[in-house]
Design a protein around this ligand. Structure first.
Ligand SMILES: Cc1ncc(COP(=O)(O)O)c(C=O)c1O
Length: 397
């Protein structure tokens, strides 16, 4: 049994979740429920392995052992039913590095890359920073569920379109894509020779009755046109240890990524990152299973709270990830009014939906990977912010 109820003070560590908040808003006592990391201690085998390694005292350059790869290959086979080979795996400092590499390798300046908004903000940045064009194929919200607009996708592809940055599971809307959706999407991309970059960083965080299917596991043909990005960072709460992988079955494409990695000087690895990566995948499964139960209860609690106490806020049902997409549109207030009220009246920091694209107006993303008591505190702060706005509305009448 792991104690996910334990509240651990992170405010005095250099945690982005806390420190950046203090720098950004001049507002004491803000409760951070934004950045996508968890307020839980890692599985004990991970901290034990890091402590042992720290005691060795020498931290020179690292060349991962065969077992680093084999452990990951076993994990992907066991958890996702996808058989991958060691040669296909490139070790990267982060999934964003993989997205950035993809922009540089797959398209030239002035060429087009597709994303599906609302989506994790770095998807826009890697395209724009490299002077490629963002082509948005917005998801559509049908009966409370986000879906891919395949007609729009086909219409937006032209001879300048080279790649699709696909988020699977999707951050922030929490979709775990179904097989038929993946097949339809890849059929279009194959037909137009568009390389699919499948960001599967959240693939181990799946709620009951949903199954993550790695896009590249669907067929040999799809695998040859797909770059899959995976990492233990979200799953095991080790994002600060900066170790991720790209899985690229096509040898020619892989070579291009390798060359670009050398040019960008991102080929060396972290001593602690590679160790935590291997330890997490080899000894972290039991911890993960308990974490998933805890997160599922947190998710249900949010839905129950909103249903019982805050009917003006609606939560999109997440099929995966510990990020919830909250819909405040019913309040009929501007995005900025809601944001100001959350920060200055509720004193709770959620991610602004507009950072994920225009479709995120009046939406906010909430991180529920925290002890239940923190979750309750966060919910009551959201309620306070909403009640303030509603009172204001009455005053205005
Ligand atoms: C979809 C997605 N991709 C990538 C990242 C970040 O990856 P990394 O920290 O490995 O660069 C995140 C973090 O929240 C994410 O949600």
């Amino acid at each position: 049994m792991f104690n996910f109820d334990e509240v651990i003070d992170r405010s005095q560590t250099d945690s982005t979740k806390w420190r950046k908040l203090r720098d950004q808003y001049n507002e004491p006592d803000l409760l951070p429920m934004w950045v996508a990391d968890m307020d839980f201690k890692v599985a004990e085998p991970i901290s034990n392995a890091l402590e042992k390694r720290a005691n060795h005292g020498i931290f020179g350059y690292v060349y991962p052992h065969e077992s680093f790869y084999l452990t990951f290959i076993d994990w992907v086979q066991k958890r996702h039913g996808w058989k991958i080979e060691k040669d296909w795996i490139l070790v990267l400092p982060g999934v964003i590095s993989g997205l950035n590499l993809s922009a540089r390798v797959l398209a030239k300046e002035g060429e087009n890359m597709i994303l599906q908004s609302p989506v994790y903000p770095p998807f826009y940045r890697v395209i724009q920073n490299n002077h490629r064009n963002v082509i948005d194929n917005p998801l559509v919200l049908n009966d409370g569920k986000y879906e891919i607009d395949f007609d729009d996708l086909e219409n937006k592809i032209d001879s300048k379109t080279k790649a699709l940055l696909f988020c699977s599971p999707h951050n922030p809307v929490g979709r775990v894509w179904k097989k038929d959706e993946l097949i339809k999407l890849s059929r279009i991309c194959l037909q137009h020779q568009i390389i699919m970059v499948s960001d599967e960083i959240h693939s181990d965080l799946i709620y009951p009755d949903n199954t993550h299917i790695p896009l590249a596991s669907l067929s040999h043909e799809i695998a040859q046109q797909t770059v899959t990005l995976m990492a233990p960072s979200k799953t095991f709460n080790i994002a600060g240890l900066a170790t991720s992988v790209a899985i690229i079955p096509d040898a020619e494409l892989r070579k291009k990524y390798q060359q670009e990695m050398v040019e960008m000087a991102i080929s060396s690895h972290s001593t602690f990152g590679t160790l935590a990566f291997e330890t997490a995948y080899s000894q972290g499964e039991e911890w993960l299973e308990e974490l998933l139960c805890y997160l599922n209860k947190n998710k249900k609690r949010v839905a129950e709270f909103l249903e019982e106490e805050l009917r003006d806020v609606h939560v999109i049902d997440a099929e995966g990830t510990y990020l919830l997409w909250l819909d405040f549109r019913k309040l009929e207030k501007s995005h900025d009014q809601i944001r100001q009220s959350l920060i200055h009246h509720g004193k709770v920091a959620l991610n602004s939906g507009l950072d994920f694209g225009q479709q995120g107006a009046c939406f906010f993303r909430m991180n529920i990977a925290c002890p239940r008591s923190t979750l309750e505190e966060g919910l009551s702060r959201i309620k306070k912010a909403v009640l303030y706005l509603k009172e204001k509305k009455k005053d205005e009448k």
